[in-house]
Design a protein around this ligand. Structure first.
Ligand code: UFG
Length: 346
């Protein structure tokens, strides 16, 4: 069995990817510092796949421990690198925290890979690199815009680090996956998004409001130049996204890459407004959501959705799940969390 290192594998997208990798017969080792995830996720992965993945708790921003990890695990065939801080607002407040963590970890991992002749990395990038694109849908060739936050800048710089490093190390392969807006949860409702504290993102805020953890959802602005005035995003089911990572690993290990550093958009190609997401949620959950329109959130762009034709064609991958399936799975996950909490209290 080929062994894949998944950094950030107890996190939201990481845990779903571990499940898909296991189901395709890959061996997985997870590294995570558990700064934004729980060790219990390993049991939940095991409940879905039948086996608990190998796990090491360590901080990849620490150079010595990271190099030591790679020296002890020379049988790794590919690395999927998710581990990173991701809160846009926090990154504005604490830029050095973001640059230190997100960039040091990437550099340390690449050094560890090069020292031990590990040739393949799949990197978590983001559509944030496009800013507000001039043309929609946005293709991978669209210009990279000035980053709107230190978080976004870490994604841009990371892509540059990968491009420059693969340029001089022809045996090193990188695939950068630019995610649009991942939402939803595994159909088993055993893994999903677990935001620490108040969620920044729309869908966890919706489900937490519906279940009564938050009193009200604030909709940030309805005066955008869109049909209903609220911003438009390309929401993609996290399981569709996870599957794309497995396809990317297959592509690398089967030597199907056209160049040794590739970039793909991962979205559905469809844009939905904030109010459309709320409507979908209300319909599938049968719940009336308490929300109010407030001022715009600084830094939000008006609209973005992906041109997915390159990923569809080259990877032979296509997002399959629609918006209602996404919002319903997110709701089932929130209900499962509430049930778990109730049983703990009892
Ligand atoms: N929104 C609300 N109320 C909330 C939360 C969000 O109205 O409580 C709105 C936002 O204003 C935005 C939409 O819902 O219009 C989506 O917001 P999210 O925070 O869920 O997602 P973003 O598109 O802002 O951010 C996502 C990722 C970031 C990434 C960015 C790139 O979470 O990591 O896409 O565009 F940087």
């Amino acid at each position: 069995m080929k062994k894949i290192l998944v950094t950030g594998g107890t996190g939201y997208i990481g845990s779903h990817t571990v499940v898909e990798l296991r189901q395709k017969g890959y061996d997985v080792i997870i590294v995570d510092n558990l700064s934004n995830s729980s060790i219990e996720v390993l049991d939940n992965i095991a409940a879905i796949t039948g086996t608990k993945p190998l796990f090491e708790k360590l901080d990849l921003a620490e150079r010595e421990v990271t190099l030591d990890f790679f020296a002890r695990h020379t049988d790794i065939e590919a690395v999927i690198h998710f581990a990173a801080y991701k809160a846009v607002g926090e990154s504005v407040e604490q830029p050095l925290k973001y640059y230190r963590n997100n960039l040091f970890s990437l550099i340390n991992i690449l050094d560890g890979m090069l020292e031990n002749r590990i040739s393949n990395m799949v990197f978590s990038s983001s559509c944030t690199v496009y800013g507000q694109p001039d043309e929609l849908p946005v293709t991978e060739q669209a210009p990279i815009k000035q980053a709107m936050s230190p978080y976004g800048n870490t994604k841009q710089i990371s892509e540059e680090i990968l491009r420059d490093t693969t340029n001089v190390n022809k045996n090193l392969n990188a695939i950068c996956l630019r995610y649009f807006n991942p939402i939803g949860a595994h159909e088993s409702a055993k893994i999903g998004e677990l935001p620490l504290g108040v969620p920044n993102n729309l869908v966890p805020f919706i489900t937490q409001t519906a279940i009564g953890i938050r009193p009200q959802l604030k909709v940030f602005g309805d005066d955008y130049p869109t049909p209903d005035g609220t911003p438009i995003r390309d929401y993609i089911h996290v399981v569709d996204l996870a599957k794309a990572h497995v396809v990317a690993v297959d592509r690398m290990l089967n030597e199907k890459m056209k160049k040794n550093c590739e970039v793909f958009n991962l979205g559905t190609g469809n844009g939905f407004s904030v109010l459309e997401v709320i409507k979908s949620f209300e319909k599938v959950a049968g719940v009336k959501l308490n929300y109010k329109i407030v001022d715009r959130r600084p830094g939000d762009i008006t609209e973005v959705w992906a041109d997915t034709s390159f990923a569809n064609r080259e990877l032979g991958w296509k997002a399959e799940k629609g918006l209602d399936e996404m919002t319903l799975s997110a709701w089932k996950w929130e209900l499962a969390l509430a049930e778990k909490k109730k049983n703990k209290i009892r």
